[in-house]
Design a protein around this ligand. Structure first.
Ligand SMILES: *Cc1c(COP(=O)(O)O)cnc(C)c1O
Length: 394
């Protein structure tokens, strides 16, 4: 039976209990009981399928995993304690000392630190290349290259990576294409259908969508996920809690409507900012002025919920726009129903050296907005206060 993604989001992956509940049950239990010693032995040996211990499997977590796997079009999914532990579990499960990874340089800052400070200690070598220059990816490939890694669109400049071209290159060189799909979610983009081998999520962002819990997930074929990634997760232990899994399940139910509303507000805001005299440049994949507009149109069903822009001026001007807001949340999270305003250069990217920041285009006058679901007119009014003041102060 085929169901559309809106239906999967609401109903997929759940097995009702004997209580015949309509909303999914939570199973906050660390272990599971057996009818007999023989059954316990069979469960432990794997002869009989079933729950043993919640670090391995838990019914609420499994419902979340089943639902997200179906929504991403993957065979298997493993839920994790955070987005970072999803990334860690993927590389610990699938790579070994001496392996090489080619990664976009435009990735989440903490992921970069995980590669360069920690995974490097265990002999994983990573080369960082341009998100958008396929030639750089090709040149970086070595005989021991095991995987490509990227996020698209990137944070904060919304550069779009060409998934089809990169998956062709990866396949030709016998490496895996691993995509962090946090920004688009399966509603806007399904990388597995475009040739990726693995999709990673920070469930903390749009999947929850209401800023309540930390979690992550890895989706792909059973071969890549079950033994390597789930095997690492259940041994090392960054398991998703059943309470958080339940929150993410409830988040998935409204993900299709929320993503559509985020994108609608974001496009409207991007257009409005483009016409404001105090704004120098706007970055949004749904704007025709975006350098990869055509590619974004092809591989995403909408532009996404993040809009980044440069104000005319430098850090004082950017900070004054941020400090003039009265409603927006000044924080560094994203993918929330509440609109969030961030100054990347002094927060999310403050640990990057000034030269690398500049090379990556993260200038001091750059502001990132994670567009929420408030009235778009209220969001504009809140930003107009600071932006208009920049004009009258001149
Ligand atoms: C937030 C984020 C992560 C890390 O997720 P956590 O849930 O905070 O561990 C990874 N990738 C991207 C793109 C993110 O935005």
């Amino acid at each position: 039976m085929h169901y559309d993604i809106e239906t999967l989001a609401v109903r997929a992956g759940y097995e009702q209990t004997a209580e015949q509940e309509n909303s999914e049950a939570i199973f906050p239990t660390s272990s599971f009981r057996y009818h007999s010693a023989a059954q316990a032995a069979a469960r432990f040996s794997g002869q009989e399928k079933g729950n043993v211990y919640s670090r391995f499997t838990n019914p609420t977590v499994r419902t979340f995993e089943n639902r997200l796997a179906l929504m991403e079009g993957g065979e298997s999914c493993v839920g994790t304690a955070s987005g970072m532990s999803a990334i860690l579990s993927t590389f610990m499960g699938l790579c070994q000392a001496g392996d090489h990874v080619v990664s976009s340089q435009s990735i989440f800052g903490t992921t970069k630190v995980l590669f360069t400070k920690y995974l490097a200690k265990f002999g994983l070598e990573v080369t960082f290349v341009s998100q958008t220059d396929i030639g750089e990816w090709q040149q970086a490939i070595k005989p021991n290259t095991k995987a490509f890694f990227l996020e698209t669109p990137s944070n904060p400049l919304t550069e779009v990576a060409d998934l089809e071209a990169l998956s062709t290159l990866a396949k030709a060189n016998n490496c895996l294409l691993i995509v962090d799909n946090c920004f688009c979610s399966p509603i806007l983009q399904r990388p597995l259908e475009q040739g990726a081998d693995i999709v990673i999520h920070s469930a903390t962002k749009f999947l929850d969508g209401q800023g309540r819990a930390i979690g992550g997930a890895v989706v792909g074929s059973a071969e890549l996920i079950e033994e390597p990634v789930r095997g690492f997760m259940r041994t090392a232990g960054p398991a998703m809690s059943p309470f958080n899994a339940w929150i993410f399940l409830k988040g998935l139910e409204t993900l299709p409507v929320r993503m559509r509303a985020h994108c609608e507000n974001a496009l409207e805001l991007a257009k409005w900012l483009s016409q404001h005299a105090a704004v120098e440049q706007v970055f949004y994949p749904g704007l025709e002025s975006h350098p990869q507009y055509a590619l974004a149109q092809k591989q995403q069903s909408a532009g996404g919920g993040l809009v980044t822009f440069r104000v005319k001026g430098g850090q004082p001007e950017a900070w004054s726009v941020i400090d003039s807001t009265q409603m927006l949340s000044i924080t560094a999270n994203l993918g929330d129903v509440k609109t969030i305003i961030t100054h990347p250069a002094t927060t999310t990217h403050s640990r990057v050296s000034p030269e690398d920041r500049l090379k990556a285009g993260i200038t001091d006058n750059l502001i990132r907005i994670s567009v929420g679901l408030e009235s778009i007119e209220d969001i504009k009014r809140d930003l107009a206060r600071g932006l208009d003041r920049l004009l009258t102060n001149k």
